[in-house]
Design a binder for this molecule. Structure first.
Ligand code: ADE
Length: 415
């Protein structure tokens, strides 16, 4: 068994079942793996991953191992780790350091444990692994050829590192590829956030006032799906173009101050800090439901919620009910951590098939191009397109092929 620290090795059979189910709906990842298997491009390489450890992620980690890599992984959020999946991964020969509910010092120890295995390639979701190497284990950076980042928040942090001149190796911005954000951030978050809300609360969305903070690709997806379920959607946005876009998409657009007293549901998806603050919490209706879909649990000001409340109890799994001095109750889901992963299974399988296909192709790209600069780099356009093409192919959908005349027309400036 590989070096590991997990909670429930006995849960491996259920983990294997979940992984098998996910694998059956990941044709793109399967195809890429099959295509590369003969040359075992990852032999001799140790991959260190910090990802949401659930079944689709397990499929990526298994594919990396199958292509020759030694793989070590930790969870990228204390509540998104699924213990049964971790147990199955260990049986598959993958080092796992994680458990659902780990506290922040354990979280950090697990990141360090992955880095202690001296990875050559990092796959990060939120940039915690990359940040820790730079902050506390710079000697490990010497052996790192580069890596890939999954999410908007992580890319924001990596760009800040690049700007400060500290980033020591190339990082591919998987999040910014079309085959990622158009589908994962929008349809993935849209569906999985509804899944998290519905599993957790079991209450009706139709006819309710639903406030979405942030109208990036995730916020757009959440707003669309909430409206599709019959909710009346309000968008809170600080960027004028996005606010106008929300308005023209038919949403009600307000400040958080205005939205606070009307919302039945509040979902934050901004990537920013303290989006829902004390002054907003003070104005909310009795029974309002608060959830976060952003990477970190900083969007809802939980210390302010604690300060305002006279009592707190777990009213249902993943629901913490805070009672305020005047008797109003505010329900916080999944401790303000990303509700789609902490209280559900994350994005749908077919969506993560695209995102993880990009992760795999980008990892191979880093290894095949040893002299990339130590910057945040885009996924090459041909790799990005190939993922969408493979997905269409797996669905038996043909693309229109331009005629030579059409290609010439598009490239010419003469009529
Ligand atoms: N499953 C694994 N990683 C995920 C992510 N970043 N977002 C949603 N679901 C996931």
């Amino acid at each position: 068994m590989p070096e590991s620290r997990i909670a429930r090795p006995d849960l491996a059979p259920e983990g294997h079942r979940k992984i098998t189910w996910a694998w059956s709906a990941m044709p793109v990842l399967r195809l890429i793996q099959e295509r590369s298997r003969a040359r075992r491009p990852l032999s001799g390489i140790t991959v260190g991953a910090c990802l949401h450890l659930e079944a689709k992620t397990a499929c990526l980690l298994k594919a990396l191992k199958d292509l020759g890599a030694t793989v070590a992984a930790t969870g990228s959020n204390p509540l998104s780790t699924q213990n049964d999946v971790c147990a199955a991964l260990v049986e598959e020969g993958i080092s796992v350091f994680s458990r659902r509910g780990m506290d922040s010092s354990e979280y950090r120890e697990n990141l360090s444990a992955v880095l202690s295995l001296r990875p050559n390639l990092l796959i990060d979701d939120g940039a915690d692994l990359v940040a820790l190497v730079h902050e506390t284990m710079p000697h490990v950076a010497e052996g790192i050829l580069g890596g890939c980042e999954e999410t908007t928040t992580g890319i924001k942090r990596l760009r800040a590192m690049e700007k400060d001149g500290v980033l020591k190796f190339p990082m591919i911005a998987v999040n910014d590829a079309y085959s990622k954000f158009l589908f994962d951030n929008r349809y993935g978050t849209g569906q999985s956030v509804m899944d998290g809300l519905m599993r957790t609360t079991n209450v009706l969305l139709a006819g309710k006032s639903f406030v979405v903070a942030g109208y990036g690709w995730c916020g757009r997806g959440i707003a669309t799906r909430a409206a599709g379920l019959g909710a009346r959607v309000t968008v809170v946005e600080a960027d004028p173009h996005r606010a106008l876009e929300a308005l023209m998409d038919g949403r009600d657009v307000r400040s958080m101050e205005e939205a606070a007293p009307i919302g039945d549901f509040f979902v934050t998806a901004t990537g920013n800090i303290r989006v829902i603050r004390k002054e907003h919490l003070e104005r909310m209706k009795d029974g309002a439901i608060l959830a976060n879909a952003g990477h970190f649990n900083v969007e809802i000001d939980i210390p302010a919620l604690e300060e305002l409340s006279v009592s707190r109890e777990e009213t249902r799994a993943n629901i913490e009910t805070y009672t305020l001095a005047d008797g109003r109750r505010l329900h916080l889901l999944a401790e303000g951590r990303l509700v789609n992963l902490a209280a559900a299974d994350g994005h749908p399988i077919e969506i993560m098939d695209l995102s993880f296909a990009l992760q795999l192709l980008s990892s191979l790209y880093v290894l095949d191009h040893p002299s990339l600069p130590a910057k945040v780099l885009p996924v090459p356009g041909d790799l990005d397109s190939s993922v969408a093409e493979l997905k269409l192919e797996s669905l038996g959908i043909r693309l229109e092929v331009l005629t030579e005349e059409q290609k010439a027309y598009l490239e010419s400036w003469k009529e």
